[in-house]
Design a protein around this ligand. Structure first.
Ligand SMILES: Cc1cc2nc3c(=O)[nH]c(=O)nc-3n(C[C@H](O)[C@H](O)[C@H](O)COP(=O)(O)O)c2cc1C
Length: 299
């Protein structure tokens, strides 16, 4: 599919490519990519993204939602799952990945509470909500896969956040204003994301990330997705303030063609690419990234 020049996905790609890195080799050491997320250690900060309905893209792909999770588990990476129902959710959880479940802003509030509880009972790592599915492009509450979404006010969001003992992540933050409000509401993480460009002219996540990191402080979990397709992209997000990054579309193609093994191999390869750039820029571990290595191409 040919993307338009103004499509947020195109602009986001261009922004990644406009970020250039300086070398810092004097005193550099071999880097360690181990990453701690919500108290658990992982081999890499490269995670899957919250996907859903993978079977509909290739009916011959076997069980792609499970393969996606197994691929993450075998790479010792965090796994994310999006819109799903009980049977599929448990089947994915049985693949052994430490999983973050993103629940939709369903109009049916009871369904939200039930899915949050289900995630907690099944031992999920965290839960969250993709608030960028609240509206459709006409500003009405969205209809997603024939399910009605609703517009919730801040007290309702606080209710969702306090309904679970798990860390609650707001997915779909694209500016410092919302980021600060999410932290004030009690969220324990955000995903800086335009969700593949749901809003026209959405800003690239990496453009707003440094300011968000500055406002939320160095320890607040900030995850980033949209357009990440290499370890170098992951590096740029980490350098500008991400705690860890999610890879959606890029891994989706791989899981549909190559299954779990392909996903594991690509996460490992991206982690090596990331480690390579960490070495060249003098970053010894995932808590030592420095935004001053990044330069915006202006020629
Ligand atoms: C097929 C597909 C299904 C998705 N389903 C969900 C979902 O259910 N929940 C969610 O929060 N995000 C969902 N997303 C959005 C991704 O999590 C991610 O934000 C988006 O694809 C941007 O990342 P990417 O450029 O790496 O793909 C979906 C994306 C795709 C491509």
């Amino acid at each position: 599919m040919e993307l338009q020049k103004t499509d947020p996905r195109t602009v986001t790609r261009e922004y990644f490519d406009s970020l250039l890195l300086e070398q810092r080799l004097v005193g550099a050491v071999e880097p360690d990519t181990e990453t701690v997320i919500y108290g658990h250690r992982f081999a890499t900060p490269i995670m899957t993204a919250a996907l859903s309905h993978l079977k509909t893209f290739n009916p011959d792909a076997g069980a792609p939602m499970e393969a996606y999770a197994k691929g993450a588990a075998d790479a010792d990476a965090v796994h994310w799952i999006g819109m799903t129902e009980t049977a599929e959710f448990y089947s994915v959880m049985n693949c052994g990945a430490k999983t973050i479940r993103i629940v939709k802003p369903y109009a049916d509030k009871d369904k939200i509470f039930a899915q949050l509880k289900e995630a907690e009972e099944a031992g999920a790592l965290a839960v969250g909500m993709d608030i960028d599915h609240t509206f459709d492009r006409t500003g009405s509450p969205d209809l997603c896969m024939n399910e009605q979404m609703a517009v919730y006010d801040v007290p309702a969001w606080k209710e969702f956040i306090s309904a679970t003992k798990l860390p609650f992540i707001v997915k779909g933050v694209l500016g410092v204003r919302d980021a600060v409000r999410c932290a004030q509401m009690g969220a324990q993480g955000i995903v800086v994301s335009h969700h593949g460009g749901r809003m026209p002219s959405a800003v690239p996540p990496l453009m707003v990330l440094p300011e968000i990191r500055k406002e939320l402080g160095k320890d607040f979990p900030i995850f980033v997705d949209c357009g990440i397709a290499s370890g170098v992209d992951a590096y740029k997000a980490m350098a500008l303030g991400a705690t860890a990054v999610s890879v959606g579309g890029h891994l989706m193609k791989i899981v549909l063609q190559e299954g779990a093994e392909g996903v594991t191999a690509r996460i490992r390869q991206m982690t090596e690419e990331l480690k390579g750039v960490m070495a060249f820029t003098g970053v010894k571990d995932t808590s030592s990234f420095d935004p001053t290595v990044v330069h915006l191409r202006n020629f």
